[in-house]
Design a protein around this ligand. Sequence first.
Ligand code: FAD
Length: 409
Amino acid sequence: MKAAIIGAGLGGLLSGAKLSKGGYEIEIFERLPFIGGRFANLEYKGFKLSTGALHMIPHGSRGPLAQMLREVGAGVTIIDSKPTAVIRMNNDTEIGFKDFQKHLPLTKSIKLGTILLYSRQFKPKSNISFKDWILKYFDDDFLLKLADSFCGWALSLRAKDVPAHEMLEIIDNMYLYKGSGVPLGGCGAVTGALANVIKSNGGKIHTNVCLDKIIIDKEKARGVSAGGRTIDADIIISDIGHPGTAGMYECRDEAYLGRINKAKPSKGIKICLSSDEPLIGHSGVFFTPYAERINGINEVTNADPTLAPPGKHLIMSHQTVISDDLNHEINLGFLDLKKLFPDKKYEVLLVQSYSNGWPVNRASSGSDVGSRTPVQNLYVVGDGAKGKGGIEVEGVALGVMNVMKEMWV
Ligand SMILES: Cc1cc2nc3c(=O)[nH]c(=O)nc-3n(C[C@H](O)[C@H](O)[C@H](O)COP(=O)(O)OP(=O)(O)OC[C@H]3O[C@@H](n4cnc5c(N)ncnc54)[C@H](O)[C@@H]3O)c2cc1C
């Protein structure tokens, strides 16, 4: 059996590694000159910056991505963050993430504990937003700010844009798999290790090949083509999201088109800083609920010093995009950094913004429509088809797992 994969991002490479281990003949086609998509390293002045991700794996060495990497034999070491996260409060003090409940009035804290313990019963069936759900049960300003900071950091959304049922699945997964980690060598080490697995199993990865068509015959995918050259395959896996995939063949399923066009990408801004002294001092997430725009910051060199030149730290802030004026959003991010670190010296390495065809998530969390398409043997993977409750690359891994189950691999 042969599988052709469109795109060598994390979703495409994870699928390729799993299928090549399962005996499939694999060919992956990537339009760019490099593999990894938004999970690749970008070398700059001796720093390992990235094409997208903040070098973090949301559930560290215990999560779904780590599990899949072990399963396929990809040699990746994940350093779990210690502490998982810290919250910068409005009086400039810091508290451990696990202690946030102590900062709520006692009745609200007990109520929150009960709801999280029996979260299954409390999952709303409606599409009520996480913000409205908090207002309904707690009406607490600190909790709302923390929710915005968490959703902004982890999903590049505001709490008002995430359905509460998805957020409660995410919280369940946080209890199940625990906190984040940093892969040694950054995100490029993960996608590089997957490419090695594919190649060692005889699979082929072609870069600089932009596929333009999915060939369908009698409602079944039969192959792909690039510039008139056809590649026959039994299974097609697309890592470019549902709308991009549907655009590669004549999709006439109006119900499917209606569903996939509702899923909007999430937008974000990342500011990369260099500093001689640590700004944060640990490898966990630094949540900033009281900042104007920045939702969170990490300092990955506390987990992997090789991500920066000797004696330097690499710090990355992330913020969701609120207005259409990107320059204004970036300037507010800079002002936040000044207020958060008034006495510290740092250099701005790079500012990156993400939207449209190169977003933070192709389908914002809670708007994923699964991996199936109206065409037999054509599946979508990646962050346009995440599994339920999966934050970013954990969602990518859960989505790939779902496809593999369906294919009996
Ligand atoms: C600022 C930012 C910070 C983030 N931080 C984190 C983080 O710390 N942790 C985390 O878990 N996640 C993070 N993410 C999200 C994570 O990077 C993505 O979810 C993940 O990398 C998406 O992988 P993918 O395979 O779905 O898509 P992609 O990486 O986009 O891969 C798709 C590939 O398909 C290729 N392609 C497209 N069209 C064609 C075609 N016609 N023919 C051939 N190839 C094609 C593209 O060039 C691309 O390489 C972040 C994202 C951003 C932008």
